[in-house]
Design a protein around this ligand. Structure first.
Ligand code: ADP
Ligand code: MG
Length: 697
């Protein structure tokens, strides 16, 4: 298809299709549910299902599936054919409103963290009509929420939808205080930038570590790394650009507005950014983006790596979760704007986010915690594990002025007063770029940069929405009672500035000085996934999630269990893979090389010539010593695995053991193998090297 406007959204049951195919009354009723969050009438669902089925069949679909996002962080599907047998031995194509609204996948194979005993394996999926249905691989996919028989959320979409509702309610209260009588909803918007690696499929298949764990567990640094930064924004290789073109087209068909694509800092690393949309749809689209990337890569004999750290010593991958709030009539609440009235309002929303991030930084840190991300956060690359906010010079200056009694000027020299009626507009690009900050204000939105490249963005966003909803609730309660709005706003902002300026940091987040400074300021530095799970047991966090109806205490407890179990399983798989490669590939290879060296020495000696064989002898000694070390490290890791298997303590203690014992020993083993790689003849080395994978595409 060459006509891109026909291509875009061609596989989506979107607003245009609904308007065209649904009876007017049905369309209106459905729109009300979508736009205003009103309950859905089952009669409406019946009509929609029928129109959806006809449309899907015309597009070649034969099946339908409820598409949901269990707590594994990826998506799940259960396909069913439209066909339904008739009495005369034929079939008709059917799809009822009931099938659209509700599904019953077997929930037993998805993690529930103890929420659901296995004998109650039943789970339900429920249609989320706010995210449009689409066709993928001949199946009509219906975005759904996934919950247990007793109504607990077993997925990431349910808390996300709940959090959007909570934020909307509280933000509207604040808007009313500022005299906005027209907005009926506040929507959070997200544009997630997605980083990924592409490597050659043949090489991928020679690496069991990539296949089983998504990352390389061995590999010495290549002679050339990313130091020249010649890859970043460099011209795209033909094979890569063919991949990107096809990826764009596939995503456009699904209504994903993939917008920018470029190379990233590391060799073989790339990025895709869509145009932002509502959080719910952005989250679904990001899942589709990851899935499509993987699929399209294979068609080009490439493999797409979404792991946060596929290659040690080379930049890892993340997602920049660009986030803002906007009214349903299109006003971005984090846009500094040009009108005085909007500025006081802007500052209130801005300060609310600052307070929320400071009060709940531990919860936000958990939202970015998955085992793969431990290699990035707090490991000397973007971003650090300490949560801080980058505001830029101008807004930081305003914050300081507010604290000292009220802002009277902006850095640009214009008059600036924190009154409802006296603020001039702030220049739009009042923020600089700072790539080291985990949470940066970038002009008219915040960019949360901690999220891992393979993770669902749902967790980050429902945490963000909920904690901001909580502070907006506090803010609204204060301002609603105020007799003089002007001075109440002044006092409120001053209070926030005073108490929460400690979270503002505009400097280099990678520096050691910042780690020290942050400690002085009392900001948490939570280095690992295991540590981060403690946030789920904190009373303040349980309270805020429960209060806004996002996650119950029981659901929080289950997320805690799942996070730890997932950590243990991940490290266990990595460990077993490490051992398998070390014992069955690397050890035999280095022994073969040593044997060849020994034979060479013997053969030279047998000539009877007076030859200097010290080089061979030294190399043989070095290889043999390193091999002995490798073997010792293998045994030590095996012992750790055995100890872990015999542990009967609680999940936290076991996860802790995996982090600080098993994982550490895996690193020690790797180091000895990587040293061997640098001295062993390449012809003997059983794995494609970093150089082969990163530069040979
Ligand atoms: P950079 O790489 O410089 O950070 P990009 O332009 O690649 O910036 O990405 C910025 C992302 O932020 C895009 O996905 C864009 O759609 C998104 N974005 C822009 N405005 C908003 C907003 N109001 N809310 C959420 N996301 C936004
Ligand atoms: Mg960015």
């Amino acid at each position: 298809m060459s006509n891109y406007s026909d291509l875009f959204g061609s596989m989506v049951f979107n607003d245009a299709v609904m308007r065209e195919r649904l009876p007017k009354a049905t369309y209106k009723a459905l729109k009300k549910t979508i736009d205003e969050g009103l309950p859905l009438d089952p009669a409406v669902a019946e009509v929609v299902a029928s129109a959806m089925k006809d449309w899907a069949i015309e597009k070649g679909a034969t099946h339908f599936t409820h598409w949901f996002q269990p707590l594994t962080g990826i998506t799940a599907e259960k396909h069913e054919a439209f066909i339904s047998p008739t009495a005369d031995g034929k079939v008709i194509l059917e799809f009822s409103g009931k099938e659209l609204i509700k599904g019953e996948p077997d929930a037993s194979s998805f993690p529930s963290g103890g929420l659901r005993a296995t004998f109650e394996a039943r789970g339900y999926t429920a249609w989320d009509c706010t995210s449009p249905a689409f066709i993928k691989d001949g199946s009509l996919c219906i975005p759904t929420a996934f919950c247990s028989y007793t109504g607990e959320a077993l997925d990431k979409k349910t808390p996300l939808l709940r959090s959007m509702q909570a934020l909307s309610e509280q933000a509207l209260r604040v808007l009313r205080v500022f005299g906005n009588a027209t907005a009926t909803r506040v929507i959070t918007t997200v544009g997630p930038e997605q980083e990924y690696f592409l490597i050659d499929k043949q090489k991928y298949h020679q690496r069991k570590d990539l296949i089983y764990t998504g990352r390389t567990l061995f590999g010495a640094r290549p002679s050339k790394g990313q130091e020249l930064e010649d890859h970043y924004f460099g011209s795209l290789k033909e094979r890569i650009s063919a991949f990107m073109k096809e990826l764009d087209e596939e995503l456009w068909k699904l209504g994903v507005s993939a917008k920018t694509k470029h190379n990233e800092v590391a060799p073989a690393q790339h990025e895709l950014a869509p145009i932002f949309t509502t959080t719910n749809i952005a989250t679904d689209h990001n899942q589709l983006t990851m899935e499509t990337m993987r699929k399209v890569a294979l068609r080009h004999d490439l493999v797409c790596l979404l792991h946060e750290k596929p290659f040690a010593g080379v930049n890892g991958s993340g997602k920049h979760n660009n986030w803002s709030m906007s009214t349903n009539d299109g006003q971005n609440l984090l846009d500094p704007g040009y009108t005085p009235h909007d500025n006081a309002q802007f500052l209130v929303f801005l300060f609310a986010v600052i307070k929320a991030v400071d009060d709940y930084s531990d919860l936000l840190r958990f939202a970015a915690a998955i085992p793969g991300n431990d290699h990035r956060l707090g490991a000397n690359e973007a971003p650090p594990a300490i949560i801080s906010i980058f505001l830029g010079d101008q807004l930081t200056d305003i914050l300081a002025q507010v604290e000292n009694g009220g802002a009277t000027s902006s850095r640009q020299g214009g008059e600036l007063k924190i009154g409802v009626t006296t603020l001039p507009g702030l220049p739009k690009d009042s923020t600089d770029r700072n790539r080291t900050s985990p949470f940066a204000f970038t002009g008219n939105k915040f960019e949360f940069r901690m999220v891992g490249s393979s993770a669902s963005i749902a967790t980050a966003n429902y945490v963000l929405n909920t904690i901001v909803a909580e502070v907006l609730d506090e803010v609204a309660s204060t301002l609603e009672k105020a007799e003089d709005l002007d001075s109440a706003v002044q006092a409120l902002l001053k209070d926030i500035a005073k108490k929460h300026k400690k979270i503002i940091f505009n400097g280099n987040g990678y520096s050691d000085e910042w780690v020290e400074e942050a400690e002085k300021r009392g900001l948490p530095n939570i280095r690992s996934t295991v540590d981060s799970t403690k946030a789920l047991l904190e009373e303040k966090n349980l309270r805020v999630m429960e209060k806004h109806g996002v996650l119950s205490r029981v659901e929080m407890q289950s997320h805690y269990e799942i996070a730890l179990e997932n950590y243990i399983k991940t490290i266990n798989i990595e460990t077993l893979t490490t051992l398998e490669i070390a014992k069955r590939q690397i050890l035999p290879a280095v022994i073969a090389f040593a044997t060849q060296l020994a034979e060479s020495i013997n053969k030279i000696k047998a000539t009877g010539l007076d030859v200097d064989i010290s080089a061979q002898a030294e190399l043989l000694t070095e290889v043999s010593n390193l091999t002995a070390l490798l073997k010792k490290n293998i045994t030590s890791l095996e012992n750790a695995v055995e100890t872990a298997a015999g542990m009967h303590e609680d999940t936290y203690a076991l996860a802790y053991f995996y982090r600080f014992d098993v994982y550490e020993k895996m690193g020690v083993l790797r180091a000895s193998a990587d040293r061997l790689e640098t001295v062993v003849d390449k012809a003997f080395w059983p794995l494609p090297t970093y150089g082969d994978m990163l530069f040979d595409i």
